[in-house]
Design a protein around this ligand. Structure first.
Ligand SMILES: Cc1cc2nc3c(=O)[nH]c(=O)nc-3n(C[C@H](O)[C@H](O)[C@H](O)COP(=O)(O)OP(=O)(O)OC[C@H]3O[C@@H](n4cnc5c(N)ncnc54)[C@H](O)[C@@H]3O)c2cc1C
Length: 389
């Protein structure tokens, strides 16, 4: 199966008429790698038979983390939409690897935007080359959507900060080498780099999940976790603003990831509809099945256009927060509809095949993670009301 399709090429050409050949080459090379090394093993990542660690490392080292960052840190300096498109392709190959890589890259983006020169020189090259893995630690057991009420604290003690508290549902926990941790200081939430191992940091058991089973999720517990004062990212008290900005970009990418999951569920359902027979004909000849195919295809294309559109506003330096949230709300909810219809087209085989209901189980996370649909609808309405005189 070719993950990078002529449709993808066409869209890159529409959004990047001057350099589409160059960008398509990068995407095509990444997708060839995914087709060989990741897609064939995705059901084994889901069942736990295979760990994503090895293939993820190989993928990170294949350039998946370099796309939107400048060459001085080892990046490729390509537009954000090319990166988002790469995550879509990875979402098709395996959603849990895509989630793990997306979080890793969100940390690189935060460090690139808010870190000082020394921090960027020290950490970015290894993150971009895939030598080290990153994790984003904001959510706590008692504060998710309302992250501003975090209880984790960071206290300055001479040349160090001491971090104490607990972070919940953290992707890549226990595997990552570098954690971007949000903790309260007297000036408000602040952001720190914590390198692992650190004797003040330990990890809870892996959480049992409905989907995204290849990626690891657990609690991270900080107990007098000491980091050098130089590991404060940006300014004390600005952590909440940094988290919000990082998450705006990440939401575009999560939308792309869900388009990728939907594309695979759709492709499989389409193939099955052509081959499955009932009442003496292929089920693809029934109008009610055709209506499903038409709606699934239309919605996937709409989701793809929304994340490309939000990316293009980000690339031009505009305020893309509403468009990023629109893309995420639409694509994540669309993905559930598409994956559900794919199960319906497969009938009893859809309900009983791990291969197929995995798509719905994976997609189910993302109307929750990185901003719930409810909270993002509030954000969209707030921005749109403020934009309207
Ligand atoms: C598998 C997985 C991986 C994750 N990875 C990470 C990670 O790497 N890093 C990280 O920091 N976090 C991570 N998270 C946490 C995720 O971002 C949070 O679960 C999410 O932000 C929601 O927070 P919550 O679960 O505390 O729900 P809550 O905030 O408690 O929300 C519960 C419900 O109330 C609704 N609600 C809340 N406020 C409002 C409101 N004002 N109006 C209307 N409805 C409202 C929500 O929409 C939701 O339906 C992950 C979560 C999971 C499950």
């Amino acid at each position: 199966m070719a993950i990078y399709s002529p449709e993808h090429r066409r869209l890159i050409k529409v959004f990047h008429p001057q350099k589409h050949d160059e960008y398509s080459e990068v995407l095509s090379s990444l997708s060839s790698f995914m087709e060989k090394e990741i897609l064939p093993n995705s059901s084994k990542f889901d069942s736990g038979e295979l760990s994503i660690k090895g293939p993820r490392k190989a993928l990170l080292q294949h350039g998946m983390c370099q796309i939107p960052f400048p060459s001085e840190y080892g990046g490729l300096g390509l537009p954000f939409s090319v990166y988002a498109n790469a995550i879509e392709l990875l979402g098709t190959a395996d959603a849990s690897i895509a989630l793990s890589v997306e979080i890793h890259n969100a940390v690189s983006e935060g460090l690139y935007r808010y870190g000082n020169d020394g921090q960027k020189k020290e950490f970015l090259p290894d993150l971009l080359s895939g030598k080290s893995l990153a994790s984003f630690a904001l959510t706590e057991p008692a504060s998710g959507s309302d992250a501003g009420t975090m209880a984790t604290v960071a206290e300055r003690k001479g040349g160090e900060y001491s971090i104490s508290g607990s972070k919940m549902f953290i992707t890549n926990a226990g595997e990552a080498d570098l954690y971007l941790v949000f903790a309260n200081t007297p000036k408000g939430p602040s952001c720190f780099l914590v390198e692992s191992p650190n004797r003040g940091m330990k990890f809870g058991d892996d959480l049992k999940k409905l989907g995204m089973r290849g990626s690891r999720t657990s609690e991270v517990i900080f107990s007098d976790c000491r980091v050098p004062a130089g590991n404060l990212v940006g300014e004390e008290g600005k952590g909440a603003d940094y988290a919000k900005e990082i998450l705006h970009g990440a939401r575009i990418v999560v939308a792309a990831l869900n388009v990728g999951i939907s594309q695979l569920a759709y492709d499989e359902a389409l193939r099955y509809a052509k081959q499955r027979r009932a009442f003496g004909k292929s089920i693809s000849e029934f109008q009610l099945i055709r209506a499903k195919i038409a709606d699934m295809k239309t919605e996937i294309n709409a989701g793809r256009l929304l994340y490309f559109y939000a990316s293009s506003i980000k690339e031009s330096g505009g305020d893309f927060s509403s468009e990023a949230s629109q893309a995420k709300v639409f694509a994540t909810e669309m993905s559930l509809r598409v994956c559900d219809q794919a199960i319906q087209i497969y009938g009893g085989y859809g309900y009983t095949s791990d291969e197929l209901h995995r798509h719905w189980r994976d997609a189910r996370l993302l109307t929750i993670g990185e901003g719930t649909s409810e909270v993002l609808r509030m954000l969209i309405a707030k921005r749109e009301l403020a934009r309207t005189p």
